[in-house]
Design a protein around this ligand. Sequence first.
Ligand code: 5RP
Length: 225
Amino acid sequence: MRIQQEQKQAAALKAAEYIRDNMVLGLGTGSTAYYLIRRAGELVKAGMRLQAVATSRSSEKLAEEFGIPLADINEVSRVDLTIDGVDEIDPNFEAVKGGGGALTREKITAYYSEQVIWIMDHRKQVSRLGAFPLPVEVLPFGWHLLSEKIHGLGYAPILRVENGQTFRTDNGNYILDIHSPSPAGYRKLSDLLHSYPGVVETGYFPAVCSRIIVADSSEVLVIEN
Ligand code: 5RP
């Protein structure tokens, strides 16, 4: 566990080398992004001028704690670089995200960023997506009928629960985690889900990253997309 944390930190510190003065920086969400936000705070303390947009309330709080100036995403004209974690990524740079429930804000921020860097420990790299269930953000209204519909397609959606309570995203929505998504694959499943009313966003991310940074016990690799 400690080693995994060290690898996450190593990937985050490498990614921080891509941060430049005057950037609008997208802050990811999760335990790997934590190290990045902490480092960005150190850069600000050292005099770097940054404006950050956060992909979740938790990252927003961290940014405040570490003294990083925050902007509302609707108030910036661009996002230069977003650095975020992933739950799974395949050799084509397609990824699953949303383990922390921030997938919708993460996807919006990534899509409108000039550059995206995904940071991770090497366990996140897989030959084929599928072991990590696909998180899907859905409106609370009608979620059960939607879940039944997905069930009818042969999948096994599970309403996410945290601390005994239905998990709510920062947007006030629910998450369905969809297990056993074969044989269609996440891309097709995601496209299909987008056609259903009540689906806000899925955690399937096409290859929107510019590069990934992967740490294992011996090295930190920068892999360009
Ligand atoms: C949150 C995410 C995270 O980026 C993903 O879950 C990876 O988290 P961690 O860095 O803690 O392993 O998508 O919604």
